[in-house]
Design a protein around this ligand. Structure first.
Ligand code: COA
Ligand code: ZN
Length: 303
């Protein structure tokens, strides 16, 4: 029996947040519903952030009200503070994904807070979510490098991990916000993470900014990581991180995992159908490759 790996879709959050066009709420709802039927483990549907900071996701309440949840799929939403949790809770997501950064500068640029202020908000979010059945994930942006500060010392990342564990978060994501991670670093940090006592499940979040996205997935897998964020078509990027570009592409990742014998539970044909409609929806070509090349079983006639 093949081993399970978990794909967590972020296109309607990480993908849509920095587009220069607003995607109609109807289209967001339709895409989330379609993705819910493709076998993905989790969908990060939207963000409860300041609509001034991220105008494209200003319709988060309506999106969460209107989507049709599919049994077995977990629905998550991003929050930056207690206000975000308060807005999210009435919608009963499975999870709130709290964002803060390993580097002081990106935290300030993205969230207008010091890391300590963000951590204090995280404490409020953990306390506010306690007893509600809503899990708290924390995503540590710039864990593998910061576009402004450069290298982020591993010690800094693991100091934050220790503080998150002490707070009792339900999951931790190490995020490579602008594609600065390399496979050696990912392997080393994954091993180190999984060796810490009492750590909650790890998610790895990669952007393919420098072409190392899928190599980083392989390194993470080899080191024991099983959960990966990915974005349909490879769309994505943080508007408050200079040089940010697309996430690793969900269908490219799913195909690679399948070819390597991993069970993701994903229906690749259904995912491809959704991905091939994205260029029309967002008005630009997608970086993903499998949607263009086809699956490995899509053979060509002899000429
Ligand atoms: N949801 C909706 N509105 C919010 C909010 C939330 N979670 N948190 C704050 N606001 C509102 C405030 O009510 C205030 O509104 P007003 O100007 O109409 O009075 C405004 O946003 C500013 O609030 P303030 O507390 O002063 O925040 P800020 O301007 O310092 O911004 C954040 C802080 C965290 C709210 C903002 O930087 C943010 O939402 N960042 C998210 C960025 C993001 O999503 N990046 C990509 C994903 S990692
Ligand atoms: Zn991202």
């Amino acid at each position: 029996m093949s081993q399970r790996a978990f794909l967590q879709e972020v296109v309607t959050r990480d993908g849509f947040q920095s587009l220069d066009r607003f995607i109609a709420t109807d289209d967001k709802v339709a895409l989330i519903d379609e993705l819910g039927r493709t076998g993905l483990a989790k969908i990060e549907a939207t963000s409860f952030v300041s609509p001034k900071a991220i105008p494209n996701l200003a319709d988060a309440d309506e999106v969460m009200r209107r989507i049709t949840r599919v049994e077995g799929v977990e629905y998550a939403v991003l929050v930056p503070n207690l206000r975000g949790l308060d807005r999210a809770l009435p919608h009963r997501p499975h999870e709130v994904n709290f964002a803060m950064s390993a580097s002081a500068t990106h935290n300030r640029m993205n969230l207008r807070m010091t890391r300590e202020e963000s951590f204090a908000q995280l404490g409020e979010v953990v306390r506010g979510a306690a007893g509600t059945g809503v899990r708290v994930q924390v995503s540590l942006s710039t864990s593998f490098g910061c576009p402004v500060e450069g290298r982020v010392p591993e010690e800094v990342v693991f100091d934050w991990v220790a503080r998150f564990v002490q707070l009792g978060v339900d999951g931790i994501t190490l995020a490579d916000t602008t594609g600065m991670a390399n496979p050696l670093q990912v392997g080393g940090m994954t091993v180190r993470y999984l060796a810490q006592p009492g750590v909650p499940p790890l998610t790895l979040h990669f952007h393919n900014t420098r072409g190392m996205g899928l190599a980083n997935v392989c390194a993470g897998l080899a080191a024991g990581a099983r959960r990966f964020d990915a974005s349909l078509g490879g769309l994505g990027g943080c508007p408050y991180a200079p040089g940010a570009s697309g996430n690793i592409c969900t269908e490219d990742t799913a195909l690679m995992l399948r070819e390597m014998g991993w069970d993701t539970g994903v229906d690749l044909r259904a995912l491809l159908a959704a991905s091939r409609r994205l260029p029309t929806l967002v008005g630009k070509e997608m970086p993903g490759q499998v949607a263009k090349a086809g699956l490995t079983e899509d053979l060509h006639p002899e000429k």
